[in-house]
Design a protein around this ligand. Sequence first.
Ligand SMILES: Nc1ncnc2c1ncn2[C@@H]1O[C@H](COP(=O)(O)OP(=O)(O)OP(=O)(O)O)[C@@H](O)[C@H]1O
Length: 339
Amino acid sequence: MTPVVIIDHLKKRYGSVEAVKDISFVVPPGEIFGLLGPNGAGKTTTIRCLCTLAKPDSGTIQVGGVSAIDNPKAARRRLGYVAQEVAIDKVLTGRELLNLQAALYHLPPKTAKTRIEELIKLLGLQDYADNKAGTYSGGIRKRLDLAAGLLHQPEILVLDEPTVGLDIESRVIVWDFLRKLSESGTSVLITSHYLEEIDALANRLAIIDHGVVIAQGTPSELKDQIGGDRITLRIREFTAPEEAEKAKTFLTPLPFVEEVIVNPSQGNSLNLIVTPQSNPLSKIEQTLLNSGLPIFSMAQSRPSLDDVYLAATGRTLMDAEIAALGMRDLKAEKKQEMK
Ligand SMILES: Nc1ncnc2c1ncn2[C@@H]1O[C@H](COP(=O)(O)OP(=O)(O)OP(=O)(O)O)[C@@H](O)[C@H]1O
């Protein structure tokens, strides 16, 4: 089936900042595709180019077979965009805002009316639609944004960090809605810096770092590629560094152990990467007992998307996030965007 979105070798710079260096991916119909990356990786710039709100320096973008660069109007008809933050008119009610949006899309009044009622119901907005939008909580506000983005029945809904700042309950409502939307045939492209969000939602994803795609595939493909299971082991609740190092020397020679890392930031716990095999926990337990070392806790898990990111970049998403936040001048970016 022809992909709904094809982005090929996209590049975009702001002055001396190369926001997007080389990004390519395709979104198949009816799939949820995730762009995962730390703050400042280039996700928003990529989708601003896709949604025709920024002009790329080079590369191509196709939406439903139409070039978003040569034919932005036609591309816009095929996609719905839910931005990270929207400045809304707080005096109008939700229903009035949807009517306004429908007029902007030139929907015939009868179609608009049916569609608005349908979306109000689908998004559980019946009790709020006639209240002023200024009274809405973040979660209700986001549901209204989703309705507005879907009014013209786009082939793909593009969402920039849709659950930032939402409580867990509202987040789950948004996730469930997006799953249903994709099951009914509408593709979804979502950016997020939350690992769990992309892991829970996306059929496929691209991990972006410093404006380039560093890994791409389904969540399990990416985890399988880096291989090995993870074991987190604590000798004691807070282990002395010498004792953790001692455990490391006994565990490293085990044939199924690929790597042992002592993690000082978590009470000198030991992080092991092991080749998947039967019952590694009991073999580790036996080895430590024979060496006279106790076990406080031990757990085995599959690699996470953070392990994928760590393997590709040498740092965790959280570390990248903290580093990026310290480097950005958000005021200057806002100014540049206004130009
Ligand atoms: N309008 C702008 N003017 C100047 N630099 C910008 C502008 N927009 C983004 N940048 C820079 O481009 C890089 C990529 O930013 P972008 O917003 O695309 O990242 P992101 O991954 O979406 O992060 P976030 O989720 O925080 O928006 C960053 O270094 C950022 O500082």
